[in-house]
Design a protein. Structure first.
Length: 316
């Protein structure tokens, strides 16, 4: 009888063997992280270029699905600003911003809610396609995000909300039942009016309310650099004291300043670690979460906040 058993090619090239060993080394390096983060909540703020590039979008959803499959509990908070601007323009209106916040009248609010709902269900479908359960909600569902009106230097910018309270019970119920929550940053005020919320602000508030182990911001920059024009000056990790010092010394300003302040606030309010990652790089979540040096900037409370297997690496 013919033997159809396929045998390993003993003449495998050195190059192929090296590639296999490298893959094995990556898995071994990831092991302590998978162990330490098992059953921990991770909040991912998803936006920027990673949302408008199909390959990056697929990469990000695969990363999130893998986090779930290795035992973590990911929560996605997504934006949709560029898509909202497109639809606002199609309606014949012109987008207006004040200090980075969209001026949101009633018509614009309706457009924003429509677009964010569409983005939300698109992300849910992508995750489900990977064999992982997901549910899309907005902050209106279950009164998850309660807001009050946000103003900028006393200027009324319409239906833009400032998160004043998070009710995490619906999110926690989804996590407990093995779903990935995908959350659109829309909330209600005390009179049940609908407000648009800056996705960074929403992600911070949600991470704090859940006592998340990690909060990751997908951005269009490499991370925090001492010289923003020189990628080689990327800082792998910052303590709160170091982050405050960089602000004081003028190394952090412009659009990065509010993001860093959000990171600081999240750590001060119980999130173990906050990351600023370059969402333009494929698999940036996995590279940051499961390797010692990572590819972005991690912000921690102090030097005692490093994980055991990082000491002597990130603290150099």
């Amino acid at each position: 009888m013919q033997n159809n058993t396929k045998l390993l090619d003993i003449n495998m090239s050195d190059e192929s063997m090296n590639e296999m060993f490298l893959k094995a080394e990556v898995l071994v390096e990831a092991l302590p992280y998978i162990r330490d983060f098992n059953n921990k909540i991770v909040v991912v703020k998803y936006g920027g270029s990673a949302m408008i590039d199909k390959n990056l979008e697929e990469s990000m959803m695969k990363d999130v699905a893998l986090l779930k499959l290795v035992g973590m509990h990911p929560v996605i908070v997504h934006g949709g600003g560029k898509e909202i601007s497109k639809w606002v323009a199609m309606s014949g209106k012109e987008s207006e911003f004040v200090e980075g916040l969209r001026v949101t009248d009633e018509d614009t609010m309706q457009i924003a809610e429509m677009v964010l709902g569409r983005v939300n269900k698109h992300l849910v479908a992508m995750i489900e396609q990977l064999g992982v359960k997901a549910v899309g909600i907005s902050g209106k569902d279950g009164a998850t995000l309660k807001v009050d009106k946000k103003t900028v230097n006393g200027k009324d910018i319409g239906f833009v909300g400032n998160v004043k309270e998070v009710n995490p019970s619906l999110i926690q119920t989804l996590l407990d039942n093995d779903f990935i929550p995908v959350i659109a940053p829309i909330g209600l005020d005390d009179a049940f009016n609908t407000y648009n919320i800056n996705a960074d602000d929403a992600a911070c508030a949600i991470a704090e309310s859940l006592g998340a182990e990690k909060l990751a911001f997908m951005t269009d920059i490499e991370g925090v650099c001492t010289d923003p024009s020189d990628k080689s000056t990327l800082i792998s990790s910052l303590t709160l004291a170091e982050a405050y010092k960089m602000i004081e010394d003028g190394y952090i300003g412009g659009g990065m300043l509010p993001k860093i302040k959000n990171c600081i606030e999240a750590v001060e309010n119980g999130v173990r670690r906050v990351y600023i990652l370059d969402g333009r790089r494929e698999h940036c979540l996995l590279l940051e979460f499961f390797t010692k040096k990572g590819i972005g900037t991690a912000i921690v409370r102090d030097e005692n906040s490093y994980y055991e297997h990082e000491k002597g690496v990130l603290t150099k």
